[in-house]
Design a protein around this ligand. Structure first.
Ligand SMILES: [Ca+2]
Ligand SMILES: [Ca+2]
Ligand SMILES: [Ca+2]
Ligand SMILES: [Ca+2]
Length: 455
């Protein structure tokens, strides 16, 4: 049967346009031997090294053997066509020599600068909707090709990464290690996120606030039958049987504005899921009669009072994870650079703002760096709205399924496995929308985070 899958943009209005010596946790330098193994490597600029030691000590105390490697050391010791590729070769080495399972990229863009303290890779997959270049941390996680060779994401060797189509780059897109990023710009941000991770892992276990999921949805595509966002939330929640479930849906009148979300977040919850329409700085929801409103945005984050009760957020909309925005981009906009619009000039994306906020907000966000997709209708007539069965909807449902059924408890394991499962089911090598759905999917947070904390 030939199935025609309709796709539609969510949130399109927001775009107009040889290893040395490691510093070990106990501050004693050891010569590493091939017998040493670690669970996690943290990569950061040396600017943050001293502060990160506190996180490394904590990780080692809870049994996640962790070491730090500075970008400066990597650039000195590794070859590659640019800094991002040198980091990728280092990650490959860490897997092969030290059995590393988690990589935490501790840094992103420099504040008030066009430069990076820890670089990104941009995918050049053209989705056909005019959004050609976007951040893809999957690059740092998909280390090997199917045949086991290093994958530089430029198989045709023309210097352009992850091109789609005939004569484009062949990618397997299967993550080989779990990667998360904390795109800190300042030492203050480093301090805030480390405080939150340690507090969370030490205190969340057994607390009643954690055993709660807050889900936010509406009628994402009011011209089509069914309440797509609510349906996808319901499907995800079906795997969370032993949790208290709070549904903030537009169709029931439980969600009419930001205060409904703020009230629930302030009471604490282990998970916060949204499926609506996106934006760099906002989450939008749609009423069944078709009117759209801002359900939450960056301006409300300073109103949060959920101290010590930080949710893992699954934000199923567009561009929330775009960690390359910044006020400085205003200079690009003024110069008429067509790659920049007003939303590229805000101080930060909403996902990062939630995480870096001191003592409130989120512990991690799983979201998208660019335009993501939703499906409309039930084209395969299986009684399940297709929004829950593919693209970002599938990935969100899969997160909760893996947590609820398989008892994976480390955040990066679930994130990585959900991408692997997506790639198993969908033709990511022959369908650019499926390909983009995994390339733009990002774990902003610590991949070794123990969900629900340690006993
Ligand atoms: Ca290429
Ligand atoms: Ca791979
Ligand atoms: Ca609908
Ligand atoms: Ca279906």
């Amino acid at each position: 049967m030939l199935k025609k899958i309709l796709i539609i943009l969510i949130g399109s209005i927001f775009i107009t346009s040889g290893i040395g010596v490691f510093g070990l946790s106990n501050n004693i330098d050891h010569d590493l031997t091939l017998n040493d193994s670690f669970d996690m490597v943290i990569i950061s600029p040396s600017l943050f090294s001293n502060q990160i030691q506190r996180l490394i000590d904590h990780k080692n105390n809870v049994g996640v053997d962790t070491f730090l490697k500075t970008t400066e050391d990597i650039y000195r010791e590794y070859s590659g066509r640019d800094d991002a590729e040198k980091i990728k070769y280092f990650i490959k080495d860490s897997i092969e020599k030290y059995d590393v399972e988690y990589v935490l990229l501790f840094g992103g863009k420099k504040i008030l600068s066009f430069k990076w303290n820890l670089p990104a890779r941009y995918s050049n997959l053209d989705d056909g909707f005019g959004h050609e270049i976007f951040l893809s941390d999957l690059y740092f996680s998909d280390i090997y090709k199917e045949n086991g060779d290093f994958d530089d994401w430029d198989s045709n060797g023309n210097g352009i990464f992850a091109e789609w189509g005939f004569n484009g780059d062949d990618l397997d897109l299967n993550p080989d290690v779990a990667v998360g990023r904390l795109p800190c710009r300042t030492k203050n941000e480093v301090e805030n996120v480390i405080d939150k991770i340690i507090n969370y892992e030490n205190n969340a276990f057994g607390d009643t606030w954690f055993k709660k999921v807050v889900a936010v949805g509406g009628d994402t595509f009011p011209d089509y039958e069914g309440y797509e966002g609510e349906f996808t939330c319901d499907t995800a929640l079906s795997y969370m049987g032993d949790f208290d479930i709070i549904k903030l849906y537009t169709s029931t009148g439980d969600l009419v504005g930001p205060e409904d979300i703020i009230d629930e977040l302030n009471q604490g919850c282990g998970f916060f899921m949204t499926r609506g329409r996106g934006g760099t700085d906002r989450i939008r929801m749609v009423m069944p009669e078709g009117s759209e409103f801002v359900a939450f945005n960056i301006d409300y984050i300073s109103d949060l009072s959920n101290e010590g009760m930080y949710p893992v957020c699954i934000l199923g909309e567009c561009i929330h994870g775009r960690f390359d925005v910044g006020i400085i981009n205003i200079f690009k906009l003024i110069k008429g650079d067509p790659e920049y619009n007003q939303y590229d000039c805000i101080p930060e994306c909403i996902a990062w703002r939630l995480i870096r906020e001191k003592n409130t907000g989120a512990i991690a966000c799983i979201t998208n760096t660019n335009i993501c997709f939703g499906a409309i209708g039930d084209n395969d007539d299986n009684g399940v709205l297709d929004d829950a069965e593919m693209y970002g909807g599938f990935l969100a449902v899969e997160f909760f399924r893996l947590y609820g059924e398989n008892e994976l408890r480390f955040l990066g394991d679930i994130f990585k496995k959900s991408v692997l499962n997506y790639n198993d089911i969908f033709p990511v090598n022959s369908n650019k929308i499926h390909s983009k759905s995994v390339q733009e999917y990002i774990l902003m947070g610590d991949p070794s985070l123990k969900i629900g904390g340690y006993p």
